[in-house]
Design a protein around this ligand. Structure first.
Ligand SMILES: [Zn+2]
Length: 328
C-alpha cells in the first residue's frame, strides 16, 4: 500500500525516538552500574586500552602474536569478572548495549536492504489512527460501561432485562477483543439510539489497538465523506485502501449517512473486499435487517445479515437517563 509523506515522516520520527530511548536506557544503565560497582569503570577502561596496546605492539615490530594472545586472555578475564559482578547484582551485561524495540532492524526501519516488518506495521498503524482521528471519537474501555444505567426489569417476550442482555453483549465483546487475532467474525451491533453501541465499538477498538492491531473506527458518514472527497479529487489520500487493509474496521451508525449511489457502492466494496480477504468488520446500526435491505438492497443486506454475528443491544436511551440523573 502507498502511504502519504506525512505518514512516512511520522513513522520515521517514531523510529528515531525509539532509537534515542534505547540508547538513553543503555547509557543510564551503564552510569548506574558504574556508580553502584566502581570496579566496572576500571574494567571498562582496561578493556578500552586493549586496542591501543595492540597498535603499539604492531608499531614496535617483531612477532606480535604472543602479545595479541596475552591481550585476548586479559580481555576475556575482564569480561568474565564483569559478568560475575553484574550477576551478583542481579543484572546482565546485555543491557550495556541499546535494547531496540525491533532487533531485526535496530529501529532503523530497514533490514536486509528491505523495509522492515516493524516499519510496515508502524505505517499501517499511523494511517489508521490518522483516518480514525477525523471522527473525533476516542477509543474507550469496557470498564467505563455502566451496567446500572440499564433497567433490570424484564422486558418483552424473552422476559430478559436490558441489564441482563447488555451484560451478555458486553461479555461477548470483551472476549472478542481479548481474543482478537485479525481472523475473527464480523459483528453486527443493533439496537435503538443511545443504548451504548458506539461505546461498545470504541471499547473493542481500544482493546484491539492495545494488542497492536491496526483499527479504523468512525461514524460511517464521516469515513465515507472523506472517501468521496478523495475520489472526486477534493482531498488527497487513500482512505479506501486503509479501510480495506486495516485489521479491524468499525463502521458506526450505518444508515445515518447520506443516501446515494456513491456511498452505497463504496460501502459495498469495502465490506465485500474485507470479507473476501477474511478481515473482520464491525457495524453498528439502528436499522433492522428489513430496513438494511430497503436502504442498501438485498446484495449488501444479505452479506451483512448472513455473515455478521448479530448482537442486539437493549434498553432505553442511557445518554438521556444519565443526563436526567445528573440534573437531579
Ligand atoms: Zn524492524
Amino acid at each position: 500500500m502507498a502511504f502519504s509523506r506525512e505518514v512516512y515522516a511520522q513513522a520515521l520520527a517514531e523510529l528515531e525516538s525509539r532509537r534515542g530511548k534505547a540508547s538513553a536506557r543503555a547509557a543510564a544503565f551503564r552510569e548506574r552500574m558504574i556508580r553502584e560497582i566502581p570496579r566496572l569503570g576500571e574494567i571498562e577502561k582496561a578493556m578500552a586500552q586493549s586496542s591501543t596496546k595492540v597498535v603499539r605492539a604492531i608499531l614496535d615490530g617483531g612477532n606480535i602474536e604472543p602479545t595479541v594472545d596475552r591481550i585476548k586472555t586479559e580481555n576475556l578475564a575482564l569480561q568474565v569478572e564483569m559478568s560475575m559482578l553484574l550477576r551478583e547484582h542481579g543484572e546482565t551485561a546485555v543491557n550495556f548495549e541499546p535494547q531496540y524495540t525491533c532487533p531485526a532492524c535496530e529501529d532503523t526501519g530497514m533490514a536486509n536492504g528491505k523495509r522492515c516488518a516493524c516499519l510496515e506495521a508502524l505505517l499501517q498503524e499511523i494511517s489508521c489512527r490518522t483516518l480514525s482521528e477525523l471522527s473525533s471519537m476516542r477509543p474507550t474501555s469496557f470498564d467505563e460501561l455502566d451496567l446500572t444505567a440499564y433497567s433490570d426489569r424484564p422486558e418483552g417476550r424473552n422476559a430478559i432485562s436490558p441489564r441482563a442482555r447488555m451484560r451478555e453483549v458486553i461479555g461477548y465483546c470483551r472476549l472478542y477483543a481479548e481474543e482478537f487475532d485479525g481472523q475473527d467474525n464480523s459483528l453486527l451491533l443493533t439496537g435503538p439510539t443511545g443504548v451504548g453501541k458506539t461505546h461498545l465499538s470504541l471499547a473493542i477498538a481500544g482493546a484491539v489497538m492495545a494488542k497492536g492491531h491496526s483499527v479504523v473506527y468512525g461514524p460511517v458518514q464521516k469515513l465515507l465523506h472523506r472517501l468521496e472527497k478523495e475520489h472526486f479529487g477534493r482531498a488527497e489520500g487513500n482512505s479506501e485502501d486503509i479501510m480495506t487493509a486495516c485489521d479491524l474496521l468499525i463502521l458506526d451508525d450505518v444508515g445515518t449517512e447520506f443516501s446515494g449511489s456513491f456511498y452505497t457502492s463504496a460501502l459495498y466494496n469495502i465490506i465485500n473486499e474485507r470479507m473476501l480477504e477474511g478481515k473482520p468488520t464491525i457495524i453498528s446500526t439502528n436499522l433492522s435487517p428489513k430496513e438494511l435491505a430497503d436502504r442498501y438492497g438485498d446484495a449488501i443486506a444479505s452479506r451483512i445479515v448472513g455473515t455478521f454475528h448479530p448482537l442486539v443491544c437493549a434498553g432505553g436511551d442511557i445518554r438521556l437517563l444519565k443526563m436526567k440523573q445528573s440534573l437531579v
